[in-house]
Design a protein around this ligand. Structure first.
Ligand code: AMP
Length: 458
């Protein structure tokens, strides 16, 4: 399939070919014709699928071809894209500028954490397209520096993240300022919890649904590995893993801003170039850290979930969860940054006893097994108790408290963890499912599946 066959205008086709895009991605193939036909869209797609062009191209085509309603007074924005973070807003803005390079579409990117001055100037001059984070857009609405009554197309990008970040009330306030009639709404989200469905029911007209990634799944090409470790030794273990191959670019997730700063300093002191991004860093600092990481000048980027939203790094080989995310769905977002564009990736989680429950929730949501293995020298002093997980879902393998009688507890362990294999859970073997990640020996040291129960407790 070609971009031409999707019905895109020549000015866009030219820009796409100049950027080296040859074929549309699956989400583009599905979403573009429907959006060009004027339908509302509920699109399931993660970062890395080409979703920005999937909504951006129809949006630009509309702005470039549909005549602007003639009215009195200053120019009003005709299209609005809402994004959860400033990084994503900037990225979307840059992408749309690229796709729309043969059009003249004045635009503004609006986010908090920077002065109002430039944004006010741009809005005053008049724009057709606004890309905004909800919080700062509300500020502008309150100051009456933006008039949203002429919006013809609304895009909610990473809608699930916006709701997770508590933007629902802001989104509703913004929606109340938009025209109800003749508006097209495109909602993109990696996951579709009930809150999103509700929002869609309230604010969309007979939306068509398209989906490229089955809900809440991550690429099968990713190896998911878990290293049990005592909380107090996580930093040491992290260094050990990073030092094994310091050339591998690694995104490390920490839960708190303070924690990520401390961790970055610690890694840096060990001689590995590291940067941190989180909400307390200025926009400039975040941008610099990101571009240094993309350019390979820093090998390790430590990030909080929110700061990492929408980061677009192709072919990132490794993500390490220093802390597990509090919300299982964030695991999908974190890991969505590796193994993209068909490359393979590694997702490593350092898990202490107090995170066992979080890990269970993640495994349940992914519905796939993880490769759990001790790193020699870093085995937890008291073996981690994983407990049982919900019936009918993939679960954490055996664990130290696994039933000891052969077959004794198997009835409660639908996925065969009852044989007590704790290390390198042989999910693939016991389930026979396509779980390449679980099979792959990640560091060549040891493969568990089928090994004796305490094989790493030397
Ligand atoms: P996104 O999911 O929108 O963040 O896009 C992920 C990456 O894929 C970005 O770097 C895009 O520039 C790139 N991309 C999007 N669509 C295509 C395409 N059809 N062909 C090649 N690259 C693409």
């Amino acid at each position: 399939m070609s971009f031409e066959s999707l019905g895109l205008a020549p000015f866009l086709l030219r820009a796409l070919s100049e950027q080296g895009y040859e074929t549309p991605t699956p989400i583009q193939q599905q979403a573009i014709p429907l959006a060009l036909a004027g339908h509302d869209l509920l699109a399931g797609a993660q970062t890395g699928t080409g979703k920005t062009a999937a909504f951006g191209l129809p949006l630009l085509q509309h702005l470039g071809t549909a005549p602007q309603a003639v009215g009195h007074g200053p120019r009003k924005p005709r299209a609005l894209v809402l994004t959860p973070t400033r990084e994503l807003a900037t990225q979307v803005h840059d992408s749309l500028r690229g796709y729309g390079k043969h059009l003249r579409i004045p635009s503004a990117v609006i986010y908090g954490g920077v002065g109002m001055g430039n944004q006010l100037d741009t809005l005053r001059r008049g724009v057709d397209l606004v890309i905004a984070c909800p919080g700062r857009l509300i500020d502008h609405i309150e100051r009456r520096s933006v008039d949203l009554s002429g919006i013809e197309i609304l895009v909610l990008d990473e809608a699930d993240r916006m709701l997770d970040m508590g933007f629902l009330p802001s989104i509703k306030r913004i929606l109340a300022k938009l025209p109800k009639q003749n508006r097209q709404t495109l909602l993109f989200s990696a996951t579709f919890p009930d809150s999103i469905k509700q929002l869609a029911m309230e604010f969309m007209r007979h939306p068509r649904e398209v989906q490229v990634t089955p809900q809440n799944t991550v690429a099968e090409k990713i190896a998911h590995r878990v290293h049990p470790v005592d909380g107090g030794r996580k930093r040491e273990l992290l260094l050990h893993l990073l030092a094994q191959d310091a050339r591998v670019q690694t995104l490390v997730f920490a839960r708190t801003k303070h924690g990520s700063d401390k961790l970055a300093t610690f890694i840096e002191k060990a001689g590995i170039q590291t940067a941190a991004i989180h909400g307390n860093k200025s926009q400039g600092q975040r941008m610099r850290a990101l571009s240094d990481f993309k350019a390979g000048k820093v090998k390790v980027l430590v990030a909080t979930d929110i700061a990492a939203r929408g980061i677009d790094i192709d072919q990132l080989p490794r993500v390490i969860n220093f802390d597990l995310p509090m919300v299982a769905e964030d695991y999908v977002h974190r890991i969505g940054r590796t193994g993209r564009n068909g490359s393979t990736g590694e997702a490593i989680s350092l898990v202490a006893q107090d995170e066992a429950k979080l890990l269970r929730a993640i495994v349940r949501m992914l519905n796939r097994d993880m490769d759990i293995r001790d790193v020699p020298g870093f085995e937890p002093q008291v073996p981690i108790r994983w407990g049982n997980s919900a019936p009918g879902k993939a679960e954490i393998p055996g664990g130290e408290r696994a039933p000891r009688k052969p077959g004794g507890g198997r009835g409660r362990r639908p996925h065969g963890g009852g044989d007590g294999q704790r290390h390198a859970h042989a999910g693939a073997k016991t389930h026979g499912g396509p779980r390449e990640g679980a099979r792959k020996p990640a560091d060549g040291r040891r493969r568990g599946g089928g090994g004796p129960r305490r094989d790493a407790q030397r």
